[in-house]
Design a protein around this ligand. Structure first.
Ligand code: MMA
Ligand code: CA
Length: 298
């Protein structure tokens, strides 16, 4: 540098404004040296400044590196934490899903329980009503049973009374003939079927009702000619009824009888035991005049 400035010529003294206080070339050289010194000092200061800056920069870089490393570690830690929190969040989500399902299941169960409870309540109500109805029925049946028991007691007494009576020796009135459990009376006179019946009833009897072969046999010897018995089809032609209201089931009609032989004699609506030829039955006009047989209990 000094070489550069060594070749330089000092400024011309011709300029009186610049070198007003200088006295000659010596003074110019001193000023030049001062400038050089100043520049040198400036350079030293600059160099020192650069060094200081460099040192500072190095420290700052180290700090930055340290900060960066620190931040990286913290970032890593945060990432790890985030990762674990994400896992935890997933687990919590899975738990929530499970719990939601469980809640739904429990809600469904609860609803079913409520419905079952409603059903049970309805069934209970129904059973209660039926029980009440059964109780009412039982009550009325109990009353009916008590009435029937009372009635049975009365009837048992009546049966015992009748049994006592029936064990007593029974006899038929004078002139009546006993056969089996009945008394029979053969009339001395003759008359229409209606008159015959009236006569019997006036004696506490009725025209005879034949209920068995034994009775038929007995009566056929008891009477020896056509005789009125308590059988007619006055009410409905062809439907023969006994005077006690029973229909004809056991019969002893003669051959070709009953013939309702009305062509000659009018309607034949009343029955006789015996006919013109044997002991079997014949139908005859009710107005015919015949003897009759009455029957009554002893
Ligand atoms: C005949 C026969 C009977 C009828 C009588 C009427 C003798 O018997 O036809 O069926 O009832 O006649 O007298
Ligand atoms: Ca006849």
């Amino acid at each position: 540098m000094e070489e550069i400035y060594a070749n330089m010529k000092p400024p011309k003294a011709a300029d009186p404004k610049l070198f007003r206080n200088q006295t000659g070339p010596r003074s110019s050289q001193r000023s030049f040296h001062s400038v050089i010194l100043c520049l040198g000092l400036l350079s030293v200061f600059l160099l020192l400044g650069l060094i200081v800056l460099g040192v500072h920069y190095r420290d700052s870089a180290a700090d930055l590196s340290s900060i960066k490393e620190n931040l990286t570690e913290r970032l890593q830690a945060s990432n790890d934490q985030l990762s674990s929190m994400t896992e935890e969040k997933d687990q919590l989500n899975a738990s929530l899903t499970e719990m939601t399902k469980e809640r739904d299941r429990l809600q469904t169960l609860s609803k079913q329980n409520r419905e079952s409870a409603a059903d049970l309540s309805s069934i209970k109500q129904n059973l209660t009503e039926r029980l009440q109805a059964s109780n009412d029925q039982l009550s009325s049946m109990t009353e009916e049973r008590d009435r029937l028991n009372a009635s049975l007691t009365e009837m048992t007494k009546e049966r015992d009374r009748l049994q006592t009576l029936s064990k007593q020796k029974k006899t038929c009135p004078a002139g009546w003939k006993m056969f089996s459990c009945s008394c029979y009376l053969l009339s001395q006179e003759s008359g229409s079927w209606n008159k015959s019946r009236e006569e019997c009833r006036s004696k506490g009897a009725d025209l005879v009702v034949i209920n068995s072969a034994e009775e038929q046999t007995f009566l056929s010897t008891f009477a020896n000619k056509p005789t009125w018995i308590g059988l007619n089809d006055i009410q409905t032609e062809g439907t023969w009824m006994w005077v006690d209201g029973t229909p004809l089931t056991l019969s002893y009609w003669n051959t070709n009888e009953p013939n309702n032989d009305g062509g000659i004699h009018g309607e034949e609506d009343c029955a006789t035991i015996r006919n013109s030829y044997n002991t079997l039955w014949n139908d005859l006009s009710c107005t015919s005049s015949l003897q009759w047989i009455c029957e009554k209990l002893p």
